[in-house]
Write a protein that binds this ligand. Structure first.
Ligand code: EPZ
Length: 429
């Protein structure tokens, strides 16, 4: 499967943003920590979520999907704490089941996480966190294994700010004895959302969204009905889609507060930003202005938006530098962009980008989720036809990406074979 698109149309209109994938993954794990029923709303219908749901079903969780954005879970019949299948091995967030099952059953065995190839992605901080709670956690035969006779609250200092480790320790600590303090915790909106969801199940978590989170362990968690926050990165991707196509797009159903770093960069690049209660409108200009950017944990500029701003810089007036401070392997998309005429190169964790007046369509490869989405943005801004291969990466995290883009006037389709691709070319030529 490929995305095929004809670039050059400014994207114009409104787009409804889905629930946050990375919050949802933590929330689904949290949901099985009770034997009561949990209903989750605003669930994004994307591949990673569907993989997580089937992993839950395999261990005995009852999963009902009354609507594609609603799921009803019941974890009272979990018959094994061993989670392993070929799909869970390909995603990152399967590791949240270690925290959740360790908290609930004091034992968990989960296949080592895979995920996008954007760097080394160790899990030492997760293990350190569980061990601080007096569990014995380690890696055995390709599985993360954690075991505890008693889970006891403790101080956990994160040497590196880690979203995954913060959420994972929070999950386990919610059902530990006593107080846990996570210092140097990640402050991302999805960390706060998972904490809010756990609190709605009866957990006692304070300080999520700050550097210190205090979790007072409770005996048991109960059922809840919870709605996931909107996806900050999906919203940011559409905002940059407006910017690079010289468009005028309003992202709807968002939390503007979560978008501050992204709005600030769009303003630096010359876009007009109009904020309302739960919408942001981005009005682009004939030529963007380049900027410098450094990715950092929230509230900094998200690493998950780095490829999208990279595309904008490729088309902007002037030169700019990107410092990627989170993942060491997140610039490979620049080689793909050079096939489209971009003038960009990376050295280590720094990229140097000189803007060009226009990009031209080419066949390019998605190398991970966000880089893949960024190449679609480049294709929509470029002259002529672009095809993006390996779109399974993009489908992991963007719901109806092509359909939402078509709603804004993009000429883009998913094609399955050369015949469909030829048909598209004939139609648009
Ligand atoms: C989450 O990954 C997201 N994934 C990523 O989004 C996102 O890029 C990342 O956070 C940063 O915001 C999910 O939520 C499923 P980290 P995560 O632990 O939790 C180092 C997407 O496209 N580290 O915050 O794996 C690590 O190497 C994905 O949706 C350790 O050293 O990221 C990195 O440099 C891609 N030891 C830094 O911390 C550890 O044990 C931050 O990683 C864990 C992490």
């Amino acid at each position: 499967m490929q995305y095929i698109m004809k670039g050059g149309n400014p994207l114009v209109g409104d787009v409804l943003i889905s629930g946050a994938k990375n919050a949802a993954l933590g929330i689904l794990a949290a949901a099985v920590m009770t034997d009561d029923t949990v209903i989750i709303d605003n669930l994004p219908d994307v591949q990673d979520i569907n993989v997580m749901l089937s992993a839950l079903e395999e261990i005995g969780v009852s999963v009902e999907r009354p609507d594609r954005h609603v799921v009803k879970l019941n974890g009272s019949n979990i018959h094994t704490v061993r989670v392993d299948n070929e799909y869970i091995r390909q995603m990152r967030a399967g590791y949240y089941l270690v925290g959740a099952l360790l908290g609930k059953y004091r034992h968990a065995e989960v296949a080592l996480p895979g995920g996008c190839n954007i760097g080394q992605r160790p899990i030492d901080l997760h293990l350190k966190g569980f061990n601080s709670l007096h569990a014995k956690a380690g890696i055995e035969h390709g599985m993360v294994v954690a075991d505890a006779t008693e889970l006891r609250g403790s101080h956990v200092y994160m040497d590196v700010v880690s979203v995954g480790a913060t959420i994972n320790v929070m999950l386990a600590a919610a059902l530990a004895h006593g107080d846990t303090f996570i210092e140097n915790a990640a402050r991302e909106p999805h960390v706060v959302d998972v904490a809010n969801m756990l609190n709605s199940m009866g957990a006692n978590i304070r300080g999520a969204g700050t550097e210190t989170i205090r979790i007072r362990g409770v005996e048991r968690l109960h059922g809840t009905d919870y709605s996931i926050i909107p996806d900050q990165i999906e919203a940011g991707t559409f905002m940059f889609a407006a910017a690079v196509t010289r468009g005028d797009v309003t992202v709807k159903n968002i939390i503007p507060k979560h978008m501050e770093a992204i709005c600030s960069k769009l303003k630096d690049m010359g876009c007009e930003i109009v904020e309302d209660d739960d919408t942001i409108r981005v009005v682009s200009r004939p030529r963007l202005i380049s900027c410098n950017v450094r990715t950092s944990p929230y509230p900094g500029f998200p690493t998950d938006m780095q490829p999208q701003i990279g595309v904008a810089m490729c088309l902007a007036e002037g030169s700019g530098i990107i410092n990627e401070s989170i993942f060491e392997n997140r610039f490979k998309y620049l080689d793909e962009l050079t096939k489209m005429g971009a003038d960009a190169k990376a050295k280590g964790m720094t990229a140097f980008i000189r803007g060009v007046e226009r990009l031209t369509g080419a066949e390019v490869n998605a190398l991970d989720l966000r880089a893949g989405a960024a190449l679609v943005l480049a294709g929509l801004a470029a002259d002529g036809i672009t095809t993006v291969n390996n779109i399974h990466y993009i489908l992991r995290g963007y719901e109806n990406f092509d359909e939402k883009l078509r709603g804004l006037g993009a000429v883009i389709e998913i094609v399955k074979d050369p015949k469909e691709s030829r048909k598209f070319r004939l139609r648009v030529s």
